[in-house]
Design a protein around this ligand. Structure first.
Ligand code: GDP
Length: 301
């Protein structure tokens, strides 16, 4: 099970600490909860989320009249899953269209955006769809070539122009081409500059205007790639991108590379944007649709 495997580092750290806590405290008391709070914060679950979670937990423990710390462990799992329920952020499926679906990728350089585009192209191609890529990061040196490498690897066409050209012009070409070829999905890369919020916003707005003009209602998804290993920084990036553009989903990359996989919960709870996919490795098939049950199971099992 890929999910379980990808969460090995987080599980080893997190469930190890919870097990140790449960072993040390037979009875559940205020200090038990305080230590649990520390463990959760240490796993990057995020302060607000931890407070909500532990408050809920205390109430549930009281309601069920639980005093044995071992029993609390299963309530923790329940509450972790509950964080994901009954909310907009649970729509983890891609908003696929009958005709051309346009997916715009945003995110800071180095978070794994290009790799994720490659993986997603591979996944959709595997589902029988015709996929094309648009090399919209014309700013970063090597970004176009890197996307081409993925295009070749997966076997999908990449629409590009020279480095330094106008990303909106690349999108225009790519959209025309995707329509002419009756492609099912066009995945568009964008430049990951966050240093200048106004520039980034202008660039994304311009790109979105071109897309919207060619295909009303598009882009159908704006996916933000975030690096799980950057912890609370990922949360700050997400907040900034949310201000700049209408993010419809998050891809959390490198979840396999961190012991602090609790960041998924923080993102879900504090931003109210669904985590649609998680990256669990560097290979082409290391992209998984996010599943709260599998995730929580992966934390403990
Ligand atoms: P970009 O600058 O955002 O386009 O980032 P890249 O796609 O070039 O990825 C940066 C590095 O992160 C590369 O070495 C990737 O192989 C690696 N990477 C991307 N996603 C994952 C993941 O889910 N797990 C691991 N372990 N590495 C990843």
């Amino acid at each position: 099970d890929k999910f379980k495997q990808g969460l090995t580092k987080t599980r080893d750290s997190f469930s190890g600490k919870v097990n140790d806590l449960v072993a040390r405290y037979r009875k559940v008391d205020e200090e038990f909860f305080e230590e649990l709070e520390e463990i959760l914060i240490g796993a990057d679950v995020g302060f607000e989320t931890v407070m909500t979670l532990v408050d809920d937990l205390k109430m549930e423990v009281k309601r069920r009249n639980i005093s044995d710390s071992k029993e609390v462990q299963s309530v923790i799992s329940e509450k972790l899953v509950e964080i994901y329920q009954g909310n907009d952020a649970d729509h983890t499926e891609l908003n696929m269209q009958e005709g051309l679906t346009v997916i715009l990728f945003v995110g800071v350089n180095g978070v794994g955006k290009t790799t994720t585009i490659g993986k997603l192209a591979n996944k959709l191609k595997g589902e029988g769809k015709t996929v094309m890529l648009a090399a919209g990061d014309t700013f970063r040196a090597g970004a176009i070539e890197q996307l081409e490498v993925w295009g070749e690897r997966v076997g999908v066409e990449v629409i590009k122009q020279a480095e330094g050209s106008d990303p909106a012009a690349v999108m225009f070409d790519a959209l025309r081409s995707a329509k002419a070829k009756k492609a099912d999905v066009l995945i568009c890369d964008t430049a990951g500059r966050l240093q200048n919020k106004v520039n980034l916003m202008n660039e994304l707005e311009k790109v979105k205007r071109v897309i919207e003009r060619e295909i009303p209602g598009a882009p159908h998804e704006v996916l933000l790639a975030l690096d799980a290993t950057t912890g609370q920084n990922a949360l700050i990036q997400a907040k900034t991108f949310k201000e700049v553009t209408n993010v419809t989903g998050i891809v959390l990359t490198k979840l396999d590379g961190t012991a602090k996989g609790g960041i998924v919960l923080a993102i879900r709870n504090e931003l109210n944007i669904p985590v649609k996919f998680v990256g669990l490795g560097e290979k082409m098939d290391d992209l998984q649709e996010f599943d709260a049950d599998k995730y929580v199971y992966g934390l403990f099992a």
